[in-house]
Design a protein around this ligand. Structure first.
Ligand SMILES: N[C@@H](CCC(=O)N[C@@H](CS)C(=O)NCC(=O)O)C(=O)O
Length: 362
């Protein structure tokens, strides 16, 4: 495809936005010419019908929305340097990390931003300054503090969220002490995805930034590398489609803590979809409520339709593998908790119609 180069991409984003932080490193890694523009939700909605940040406008004026779609489209237009590993195990591992970041890591991210007095007051100050209006900024902060509860973080389960984060940072520290990126010496979409919670929230917010600077210097080094990727100088992903043992340890912290909740959400979705009308113009954003637990403490959250859509993406890649490749993946993933997700057999298929997730014909 010819790429018009007389105009930059427009990246409509916010510095404090999780999913903007997930896309930004991919743009830098790909070395595309882009302008970052403060998101105007009304304009985004006008272009896509959905008020989600970020959005990318291409030089030929297409609107791209949804970080996973943006990765796919960037990769198709700018295949070099690659974001997506071509080998089965590294590719599935990267997908699982993305599933964790998009659907679970929001919980610790919202906890550290909104779940303490210092977190809340400093994030509120930032929102007010960013929006430039005391009242509107305060309202936005209030909505976000409520979203923390809807996503499953609360005062009661805060100790479990913090213990999870501690273990995740320890595992990532051990990994980044020996490897510059998750899959070796080259970035992939797994690194970009993990930058959502870690750069977009943890390193942006006062309470968690202190935690990172005091206890996770290797992780901070990785943030710096992802933000200035200098991709021509990067090396390669680990040889022979292998995962570093330290990455398997990271996957295990993610899998053991996230998978029970993710599976419970998938079950709520399947049951809802068994009887949901198929002719809906637009599926509801949330389709139910789930009760699960994290390290023995209850976590209740709403169930959305994005998780089954994202899980389907991983499962499609997994089921396209031949038997031998699947065996390799299975034995590498065994014991991490993620095997339950790979064994999931969805009864319903979703697809995108324009920017909306809808039922695929069944
Ligand atoms: N699936 C979307 C999610 C984007 C998203 O949720 N963005 C947040 C900001 S970081 C947002 O716009 N939230 C508004 C809302 O939830 O109504 C993606 O991957 O880009």
């Amino acid at each position: 495809m010819t790429v018009p180069s007389d105009r930059p991409y427009e990246f409509h984003a916010f510095d404090v936005s999780y999913f903007s932080a997930k896309v930004r490193p991919a743009l830098r890694y790909k070395r595309v010419w882009y302008d970052e523009i403060r998101a105007d939700v009304r304009y985004i909605k006008q272009r896509t019908g959905l008020a989600f940040i970020p959005m990318l406008i291409t030089p030929d004026d297409e609107a791209w929305q949804d970080s996973t779609d943006i990765y796919d489209r960037l990769e198709a237009r700018h295949p070099e340097p690659p974001l997506f590993p071509a080998t089965p195990l590294q590719r599935i591992a990267a997908h699982l990390i993305e599933l964790y970041t998009d659907e679970f890591a929001l919980i610790p991210a919202m906890h550290y931003r909104w779940g303490s007095e210092l977190g809340e007051s400093s994030a509120r100050a930032r929102f007010i300054a960013m929006i430039g209006d005391e009242e509107i900024g305060t309202q936005a902060a209030k909505r976000m503090a409520q979203a923390r509860l809807a996503l499953g973080a609360n005062d009661n389960n805060a100790p479990a969220i913090e213990a999870h984060t501690r273990d995740l940072l320890d595992a990532l520290n051990a990994h980044f002490e020996n490897h510059p990126y998750l899959l070796g010496e080259r970035m992939s979409f797994a690194d970009c995805a993990l930058m959502g919670p870690i750069d977009g929230h943890f390193f942006t917010d006062l309470v968690s930034r202190k935690l990172l600077l005091e206890t996770a210097r290797p992780v901070v080094g990785w943030i710096e590398r992802c933000n200035q990727p200098n991709s021509p100088e990067q090396g390669t992903w680990l040889a022979n489609d292998s995962l570093a043992p330290t990455l398997s340890a990271v996957l295990k912290v993610m899998g053991e803590d996230a998978v029970p909740l993710l599976m419970a959400c998938l079950e709520v979705f399947e049951n809802w979809a068994d009887t949901a009308p198929r002719d809906q113009e637009r599926l509801p954003r949330t389709i139910g409520q789930v009760e699960s637990s994290l390290r023995g403490l209850p976590v209740g959250r709403f169930v959305g339709i994005y998780l089954p859509f994202l899980a389907q993406r991983v499962l499609d890649d997994y089921s396209a593998l031949d038997a031998e490749a699947r065996k390799t993946v299975d034995s590498a993933i065994a014991g991490t908790g993620w095997e339950r997700v790979l064994a999931h057999k969805p009864r319903h298929r979703l697809t995108k119609r324009g920017f909306e997730i809808v039922f695929a014909d069944e």
